[in-house]
Design a protein around this ligand. Structure first.
Ligand SMILES: *Cc1c(COP(=O)(O)O)cnc(C)c1O
Length: 434
């Protein structure tokens, strides 16, 4: 569910007419709904009712300072993957004491920064990383709290680039080797064993792989509790969102109309399946959702530059491109494309929706059925709140897009569009070329 819908003919985010945002701040611009993020967070937290649970928002999905502050205000902690993300959390006015630090290649400097700010725990991906943590913590005269990420070898049935829980992925320690890794960790003088972690992939559309993974790991978790007195079990993120019917899925009626075997994962179903498996462990439960919290809470606004009618094929050329939203090019992902001004009297159009970047991969949709659109009209790419702005680049010397947050009838620019001067500020021509 989310707060994007047409009121009359115009697409609104909460009570804000998105065309107004596009006119005021230009395009391409990401727009986020604060109420949708809060709704997602609250439903998930409620779904875990009965557990001692902490949601650690996986901020790599959308690390805008405004978004971080919003989740901190709601009670979330963070799943961090770099020193930069630690500094972002601090810059947003939140603290990292309940947050966890994940990732396969934490540098010594990043580890030191996390320790200095009292991070809740490190999610360790390998034996050499344990040695590095021990070394850095020893130098600082502290103990590094750790959980080892175990790889349950479960197929999440998702895109190859975002499946992480199979034994052939680079992530985690195989379950068969995990006991030895814990025994080794327990012997390190500057490491304290605090928990256990897993994360099997992203954009999972059914609860079955989560259930399979928890069932597979739970006996090991119970053993770690008995042997090392661990305090928590982190079950990762990965809850999927609706991309295909994105706009319609804003309404409860859409969910009610889905046959129960086709209904995408909901936080209620996720909780109902997992709480009974997790509760008997008697541990604190950590969750690290990224996409689920922000994905359907953001859209990317774009303006039509041209409708180019080709030989048997039409191209709708828009001012957003793969540098602004790389998901279609990178993951073959689908984003619903919705006109900001809906007009049912218009003719239908079948077109490839493409950006201006010089790559054939710069294509948001192939052969998409749309309402006919012409120069100057605005479109919204739906479900763009996760892995959208966070993955934007400056390819083709295009500035990073602007970001706006909406709350009720109010909206504010939360990240101004980059200027050419900002883009090139660190560059220089060397003396030997002058
Ligand atoms: C990316 C990631 C997440 C978040 O994944 P989503 O699919 O966005 O929920 C959580 N934990 C780890 C370790 C990750 O790498």
């Amino acid at each position: 569910m989310h707060h994007f819908r047409h009121i009359g003919q115009n697409l609104h985010c909460e009570s804000v007419d998105l065309a107004e945002v596009a006119r005021l701040h230009g395009t391409p611009t990401y727009v986020y709904s604060a109420a949708t993020m809060a709704g997602n967070y609250t439903r998930l937290a409620r779904g875990l009712g009965g557990l001692d649970a902490q949601v650690c928002y996986a901020m790599k999905a959308n690390s805008s300072l405004a978004v971080l502050r919003h989740f901190a205000n709601l009670g979330a902690a963070f799943d961090l993957v770099s020193g930069g993300e630690i500094r972002r959390v601090l810059a947003a006015g939140a603290d990292v004491r309940r947050s966890v630090f994940a990732g396969v290649g934490k540098t010594e400097a990043e580890i030191a920064l996390a320790l200095e700010h009292g991070v809740f725990s490190f999610h360790v991906e390998s034996e050499p990383e344990l040695a590095r943590l021990n070394h850095v913590a020893g130098r600082l005269g502290v103990k590094a709290p750790v959980a080892i990420r175990v790889n349950p070898d479960v197929d999440a049935h998702t895109h190859a680039k975002i499946t992480t829980g199979k034994s052939d992925n680079k992530f985690g320690v195989p379950l068969a080797r995990a006991a030895a890794a814990y025994a080794a960790a327990a012997k390190l003088p500057h490491v304290s064993v605090k928990g256990v972690q897993m994360h099997i992939g992203s954009q999972l559309t059914s609860v079955a792989p989560f259930v399979e993974a928890v069932e597979k790991v739970a006996p090991f978790v119970a053993r770690l509790k008995a042997e090392f007195g661990i305090a928590y079990f982190s079950v990762g993120g990965g809850i999927g969102i609706v991309y295909q019917d994105a706009l319609a899925s804003g309404a409860q009626e859409w969910w009610d109309a889905q046959p129960s075997d086709k209904r995408p994962i909901t936080p209620e179903a996720y909780g109902a399946a997992l709480v009974p498996l997790l509760k008997p462990l008697g541990l604190k439960i950590l969750l690290e959702p990224g996409r689920f919290l922000v994905g359907n809470a953001g859209v990317l606004l774009t303006r039509v530059e041209h409708l180019k009618r080709g030989e048997g094929k039409n191209f709708l050329i828009v001012d957003a491109a793969m540098n602004d939203l790389v998901r279609p090019a990178m993951y073959d992902s689908y984003h619903e494309i919705v006109p900001l001004h809906r007009d049912t009297t218009r003719a239908a159009l079948t077109a490839d929706v493409v950006g201006p970047v010089c790559e054939s991969g710069d294509c948001f949709a192939h052969g998409r059925q749309l309402q006919e659109a012409g120069e100057g009209e605005y479109l919204a790419l739906m479900s763009a709140g996760a892995y959208g702005a966070a993955m934007a680049s400056r390819y083709n010397t295009r500035p990073l897009p602007a970001e706006v947050m909406v709350s009720g009838g109010a909206f504010e620019l939360v990240n101004a569009r980059e200027t050419f001067e900002q883009m090139t500020a660190n560059e220089k021509v060397p003396a030997f070329l002058k």
